[in-house]
Design a protein around this ligand. Sequence first.
Ligand SMILES: *Cc1c(COP(=O)(O)O)cnc(C)c1O
Length: 234
Amino acid sequence: MSLEENIAKVKAGIARAAAEAGRDPEEITLVAATKVQTSETIRAAIAAGVTVCGENRVQELTGHLDDYAYDGARVHFIGHLQTNKVRFVVGRVDLIESVDSLRLLGAVERQAEKLNLVQDILLEVNIGHEESKGGCLPEDLPALARRAAELPHVRLRGLMAIPPAAAEPGDNRRFFAATRQLFVDIRSQIGDNDTDIDCLSMGMSGDYEDAIREGATLVRVGTALFGPRPPMHP
Ligand SMILES: *Cc1c(COP(=O)(O)O)cnc(C)c1O
């Protein structure tokens, strides 16, 4: 299938899941996970209707930015971010989805202050308590969220989570529901009037429809748009 057909298919899946959940499909944004894709493919995806690209490696992000590959779209950083690389990301992306520690939060704040801007962020939660995964533990989230809300150069917009790989379709739903509950809790904890907290990023190629049924507003989809990726060499 062509990229255009894949995009149409995923958008139809988003609309179907939204309808089933009684939600407005306009509330849900498709984030194209563009890791390992070329600048040319990214441009083609944007020409075909992708409005947000999600990049998870700093080096690829920088290369594509230098190429102006994302022109016409917004960019989210969705991968693990090392403190010593924040200067390549802060102020260059619309949203950093993967802030997961006080240390990283502090580094983002300092860089944003230096650039005299406010960086939108999500806090990433390790909802399955998996040792191999990034994200803060759910029990550490309230303190991290409180700190984020205090800082003048970051704007907390919500949460991101990558649940454990599902053995059977549907296995992930309880993790999406748990993330949604944390999102609701954080929103009430930070302040009722704070409408900035409006993003819940969860769901990938295999499970974005379930994530939408549980309240996702951002779904990060790679394989279903671009096809399988070559194996990763970390
Ligand atoms: C690669 C990636 C995705 C997309 O995964 P697919 O299964 O290919 O849809 C989503 N989120 C993050 C953080 C990723 O790195």
